[in-house]
Design a protein. Structure first.
Length: 203
C-alpha cells in the first residue's frame, strides 16, 4: 500500500467520536508518544515551535470536565436549561483523557520582535500551527483506534485550568481534544460538492 493511500485512509478514518469510554485499546504511554511525535514533527511558521500541550488522564481528566461543568452552570443559571449541557459534559468526562492545546504567547511576541515586518501575522500563524497539531494528533489517535472529539471551552475555563495545573501565564488555551475507546462510531458524513469548494487554474 502506498504512503499516499494510507494517508488518505487515515484522513477518512479521523472523525468526531462522541460515544467514548475510559477503556483505551492502547496504553497511556502510547498516547503520550503520539503527542510527543506531533510536537517534534508538526510544522510552525519560522520554526517558532510555539505550541504547548498538556495531556490529562484519569482523575485529572475528570477534574477538567468537573470544573467546566461548574463554570458553565454559573453562566447558564437555570438548571432545566442546563440539562443538555450537563449531559454533553458527562460524555466528555466518560472518556479516558483530554489533550489541552496551548500557544506560548512569549514565543509569539519574540517572533514579532525578531521579524517586525510580519508582526501582525504571527498570532494568525500561531493559531494555524496549533490547529495543525490538533489535526495531526487527532488523526494519529484514529490510526491506533482511539476515538476523539475536539472542544473549545476556552476562555471560560482558562483561569481555572492555569491555576489547577500550574500553567505558565504565557500559555494561551486554544482547544481540548477528548479521547477514549470508541463505543459507537460516527455516523455518515454529508459532503458539499467539491466543485463548489475548489478552483483549479493552469492544469
Amino acid at each position: 500500500m502506498s504512503d499516499l493511500k494510507t494517508l488518505k485512509q487515515l484522513a477518512e478514518k479521523r472523525r468526531s467520536i462522541y460515544a467514548l469510554s475510559d477503556q483505551l485499546p492502547v496504553s497511556n504511554d502510547e498516547v503520550v508518544k503520539v503527542v510527543e511525535h506531533a510536537i517534534l514533527h508538526t510544522p510552525s511558521s519560522f520554526n517558532s515551535q510555539s505550541t504547548r500541550i498538556v495531556v490529562l488522564f484519569g482523575d485529572d481528566h475528570h477534574k477538567l470536565w468537573d470544573m467546566t461543568e461548574d463554570a458553565l452552570r454559573v453562566i447558564v443559571g437555570d438548571e432545566e436549561a442546563f440539562k443538555s449541557t450537563k449531559d454533553k459534559i458527562a460524555g466528555f468526562r466518560a472518556g479516558a483523557g483530554t489533550v489541552l492545546f496551548f500557544e506560548d504567547q512569549a514565543v509569539v511576541r519574540g517572533m514579532q520582535e525578531a521579524a517586525p515586518l510580519y508582526a501582525d501575522n504571527f498570532p494568525i500563524w500561531s493559531t494555524q500551527t496549533n490547529a495543525m497539531h490538533q489535526y495531526v494528533i487527532w488523526t494519529a489517535l484514529a490510526s491506533i483506534e482511539v476515538g476523539a472529539n475536539l472542544q473549545h471551552y476556552n476562555p471560560v475555563i482558562d483561569q481555572k485550568v492555569a491555576s489547577t495545573w500550574n500553567i505558565d501565564a504565557d500559555w494561551e488555551l486554544k482547544a481540548q481534544l477528548v479521547f477514549g475507546k470508541i463505543e459507537q462510531p460516527a455516523g455518515d458524513k454529508a459532503f458539499k460538492p467539491v466543485d463548489e469548494r475548489l478552483k483549479v487554474f493552469g492544469a
